[in-house]
Ligand binder design. Structure first.
Ligand code: SF4
Length: 450
């Protein structure tokens, strides 16, 4: 028996798909990339995109065209939020909610196609177990995403994640440390600590994210470098910042959602910090780690965001010493407080504001990159090759999230982690000179031209 899987959405979803597929493996199943050969096709969905349903429907149709006998199982955030909607898609056999997704075999005993779909779904407040999960970054096998926390107890007014993933919960530190050791032993050079609200790690089990960072930092068997995924500013304590600053293992890179720099909008969003607190975090990071890369999430066009609010937010972001932005255009989500607020921003305005912030992001990135010229960093190379005016290049990220590129001709084919000097900015890359190869890939990968 063979299973194929497809993930929509974030890295957390990818990690969970790997865990579910692993359970099939334990039961003696093989994993296939080929839709035609799959007895079961698992689709792990996301609710963030406005088109979740359309996307899900399209994928199911495509699978059934290639393999009408495939047993189709759908799970993930969208499956928890709208199980009936998914069950109404022709050809879907089962829908599994947040509590059920890690228990396929206790719900399904036969994988023959069903004449009518079955839904296994519980109220979200019953999803209280934590399932550790990890996944490799696509086929690179150099970076791994390690899920350390799930769910969220916050009530941001635009967000459906707490409804789809349930309450905040986490694994204990010993389990995470041993999983990080395993990933490190397996040859991963970078581990990204991931979660829905990572900074909330451990609160309910008498520990904290600081304790986790410290335990990983102190463990000599974990040799991979460690990156913290997105963390809420109110939970990124100065203690954590100071620990990362001293660490040789933790990357000097932070991704901190701001969402808006305008006080009234932050309040309407029900975020748990002020713009002043946000600024103080950035200042502390830069004081201790002048070269740290800092990414910022921003939402434009939230209900009630006037021109003045937007400009206040824009000016605030412009004044921060940050490296890049991830700009999201607000879109209405059913069942959220924000959608009931009224006073929507016109779509055209949302687009204009998005464009303005993208330009600002590019300026910030270029400034950050040019400040890094001359510095020595370690780049984890990806396998693809780009052609540019300078010739064929390979690229990857430094600890502080500079995307650097090196001439293929200057590198051994199986180079993986390299020490380089950053030389000059060239579009979206910083061109670098090789100083030393720190590690090699164990197997030679085929290098596709991107
Ligand atoms: S912190 Fe806010 S935006 Fe993030 S998952 Fe929780 S509710 Fe959603």
């Amino acid at each position: 028996m063979q299973i194929a899987a497809h993930t929509l959405g974030c890295k957390l979803n990818s990690a969970e798909t790997s865990t579910i597929v692993g359970q099939f493996r334990t039961q003696g199943w093989d994993v296939t990339q080929s839709v035609e050969n799959a007895n079961v096709y698992l689709l792990n969905t996301c609710s963030v995109t406005a088109n979740a349903e359309k996307e899900c429907r399209q994928i199911v149709r495509k699978i059934l065209r290639q393999n009408p006998k495939a047993f189709i199982a759908v799970t993930g955030c969208y499956a928890q939020l709208r199980p009936e909607e998914i069950a109404s898609i022709d050809g879907v056999d089962v829908v599994l909610g947040a509590k059920e997704k890690f228990n396929f075999f206790s719900h399904i005993t036969s994988f023959e196609k069903l004449s009518a779909p079955k839904i296994f779904s519980s109220p979200i407040d019953e999803a209280t177990e934590f399932h550790l999960a990890a996944t490799a970054d696509t086929d690179e096998r150099t970076r791994a995403f390690l899920k350390v926390q799930d769910g969220c107890d916050y009530t941001c007014s635009f967000c459906t994640i707490p409804m789809a993933r349930g309450e905040s919960r986490s694994a204990d530190i010993d389990h995470i440390v041993s999983e990080a050791r395993r990933l490190s032993d397996d040859g991963f050079r970078e581990i990204i600590l991931s979660g829905v609200n990572v900074g909330d790690f451990g609160r309910k089990i008498g520990t904290s994210f600081y304790d986790l960072v410290k335990a990983i930092d102190d463990d000599e068997k974990i040799t991979a470098r460690i990156r913290i995924s997105s963390i809420e500013p109110n939970l990124l304590s100065n203690e954590i910042i100071e620990l990362v600053a001293k660490s040789k293992k933790f990357c000097h890179h932070f991704h901190i959602p701001l969402q808006s720099g305008s006080a009234p909008i932050l309040k309407l969003m029900q975020r748990r910090y002020t713009a002043d607190l946000y600024r103080s975090r950035i200042e502390r990071i830069k004081e201790l780690m002048p070269n740290a890369g800092i990414g910022v999430d921003v939402i434009v066009g939230f209900p009630g965001e006037s021109d003045e609010d937007f400009l206040e937010s824009y000016d605030f972001i412009r004044s921060l010493d940050i490296s890049y932005l991830h700009v999201f255009t607000y879109s209405e989500r059913p069942d959220t407080k924000a959608v009931m607020m009224g006073d929507p921003v016109k779509i055209e305005k949302r687009k204009e504001r998005n464009a303005m912030l993208r330009i600002l992001s590019e300026k910030k990135r270029q400034k950050f990159y040019s400040e890094q010229n001359g510095s020595v960093v370690n780049i984890l190379l990806e396998s693809g090759i780009h052609t540019s005016e300078t010739g064929n290049m390979r690229s990857g990220y430094s600890e502080n999230y500079v995307r650097a590129a090196l001439a293929v001709s200057s590198l051994p084919l199986n180079a993986e982690l390299v020490k380089v000097r950053l030389c000059r900015t060239d579009g979206e890359f910083v061109i670098a000179d090789l100083l030393e190869v720190l590690s090699y890939r164990s197997e030679l990968l085929l290098l596709p031209i991107l």
